[in-house]
Design a protein around this ligand. Sequence first.
Ligand code: TRP
Length: 912
Amino acid sequence: MASRKNYLVLGCLALLWADLGIHGEEKEEQTCRLLGKFDLNGYVDAKNHTLVIGGLFPIHSRTIPANESILEPVSAKCEGFNFRGFRWMKTMIHTIKEINERKDILPNTTLGYQIFDTCFTISKAMESALVFLTGQEENKPNIRNSTGAYLAGIVGSGGSSLSIAASRILGLYYLPQVGYFSTCSILSDKFQFPSYIRTIASDKFQSQAMVKLIQHFGWVWVGTIAADDDYGKYGVKAFKEQMESVNLCIAFSETIPKVYSHEKMQKAVKAVRSSTARVIVLYASDIDLSPFVLEMVYHNITDRTWIASEAWITSALMAKPEYVPYFRGSIGFAIPRTDIPGLKEFLYDVHPSKDPNDILTIEFWQTAFNCTWPNSSVPYNVDHRVNMTGKEDRLYAMSDKLCTGEEKLEELNNTYLDVSQLRITNNVKQAVYAMAYALDELSRCQDGEGPFMPDFTCAYLPDFEPWQLMYYVKKVQFKTHDGKEMKVDVNGDVTGHYDVLNWQLDENGGIAFVKVGEYKFAPDKFELVFQKNSTIFWNTESSGLPHSVCTDVCPPGTRKGIRQGEPICCFDCIPCADGHVSERAGQRECEQCGEDYWSNEEKSMCVLKEVEFLAYDEALGFTLLILSILGALVVVAVIVVYVMYRQTPLVNANDRELSFLIQVSLIITVLSSLLFIGKPYNWSCMARQVTLALGFSLCLSSTLGKTISLFFAYRISISKTRFISMRPLFRKIIVLISVLAEVSICIAYLILQPPKVYKNMESQNIKIILECNEGSIEFLCSMFGIDAFLALLCFLTTFVARQLADNYYEGKCITFGILVFFIVWISFVPAYLSTKGKFKVAVEIFAILASSYGLLGCIFAPKCFIILLRPKRNTDETVGGRVPTVDRSIQLTSASVSSELNNTTVSTILDE
Ligand code: TRP
């Protein structure tokens, strides 16, 4: 440790001292002379005390820029009296007094103090840190006891950058440093800042809290403004990281320059003005904020909601009545407040006449009462800053009015005396206590039980090594005056809670910090709670919750579309594709509807697809139903006629049974169309084609039976053979064989690859078409192939025999019927293939009905006509073709076919 000390001394010497005699011969004349001293203000009380605690407070806000004509480095002077810092400083003194009066802490030791004004600048903090270590006496670098008492540790300093700078030096010596307002997260790094602890939480938690707050209010598009220092930059960095992790967006991120720069300031102002973000996080110390605030006033930017950091939320510098229109409604996090007994009285006990050398008090008085203290050299209200117009504007506003000393502090409305918001002030108090408690612990060490190796030795007051005290500082734990437990973790941080404050208007038109909630944070628990009965004031036109988005949430039915190169919060709303929906607003993707569902018009909901089939209760279905029933009735009527006239020659001609079979089969085919109407089921799918095919095969094979007879008759007629007869049994065998063949194919079809109901979703998106999947096309084709083959045979046989003109031209009629049958089914094919959905089925039914009606009409209509209306022609002769017809003069040379009554043979009688 000793060698470390020497380094520092050498460093300081190099900085401050000039070695005049360097030549060997002149050694005796070697003297050291200080080139200059640091210009530091502050308070010291070390007399009669064994130990002092150092303090660093921002009693001024800035240093006066050095005169450029002076080339040597000079220690700057300060300006801009900071009442808040003055109060903190006074609190430290008050706390030390309090500790000295207490018998339970450090009973045999009294504490003194050595406090410096940092002027809220790094350079002053550095100067102070050096002076703490070495003092400023010529020829006598007193390590750690320049005041005459040992320096135990340091409380401070206010701003993070200052603490960081000071700690880099103090940390080299492991000199304990307890911060009260430096919140920068980097100070938790014990590798860089080994001797730093603090009584305030790290900004890590604050940034987290801000994001929770933003989430709570549903803002997604937030701007940030940061001070150009460690506090602002690290704060915003942590904030941005947190925002990104929850997919919220940063609209802009600007910094407020420390040294006024018009250009940089305008950049920040422009960002605030032009962005659509209505919520802006402001991470900066109040002192740095004033030029920015003035710009906001100048540009009249009023409709923004500011999220305040702990640094300015309770600052009197910001909560001025003139800023009310711009900053009311601000919401943010503050260190919990408390009351400090006895502090108010102590603060009031301040008067410049007490000590004519106390220039800070004189300046306080002058600034507070806007007067000049008689015979004082202390200037006040001097502002050397470059003003907003960019020109340097030195205004010496020193008042001519002399202070009388009679001014009443009670009448003063000043943040120094305002003890209603003791937040950081309490942290100062706790920082001093932390130091005192650590010293107390150190002093209570029992020999042989101490923490230091070897031999469990102790450290002793007042002369101990800084690292020995640091050991106790790290472990310090105590109860504060308001009953809270004070303990630092391994990183030297504390946990606890923030108050959520909202800037509301008070009755005088000023600003009231209203607590609306709390953010509790412990290593494992983070929770933002709002007080139930509290209302939040918003600085919006409607006084409603501000709306801060890049683009509004996409309504249901649309999805977010990324805009190339823009943050995810800015997007286009793209309508969902057909069959896709987004039910909630703001969806990233549209979801596809389930199989049976389709999107509604707005694409906001999946609706059940309409199921389509040819229903009985719709016009088309009903018409077809009627037609098929009508067809069946007509066939029944024909049957009735046939039964009634079963003994007549016409009915008996050419096999009565076959006629009945044809009639029955026509009933089957006509009624089979009913199976095509209505909701398809597996059974109806199986039944419909099979019934139809069987119906037709029965019909056509029976017809074939007839036409073969006609064919033979015709052959006979031309070959003039006599009595060639075809056995009726043979005709029935033809029918049987073809029907059996058809039946077996049908059975194989139904067993092996039966048709099934099929939900057709492909052909139309918005509808499910319920149709029959025919299973096997091969079976279907062979089934109807038989029918077609039968029809073809019928046609061929009857076509040949068409000229066989008996009296009712059966050959012609059947030819005609079969032709109709062919035409219908041939035209059915293209019609069927070019229709969709339920109309496919309708086309098929039409074909069935048309072909059945065709056969019915061609085969039976002329016969019924003769039976019913021309009964005279229904004679054996006419039927046999032997009697000339009345109205036709056809030669009766052709064969006519008649059936014998007993139906055993068919005789073809040749008429020569
Ligand atoms: N939290 C601030 C920081 O870490 C400290 C701070 C804000 C401050 N405002 C201040 C310090 C005013 C001194 C005076 O930097």
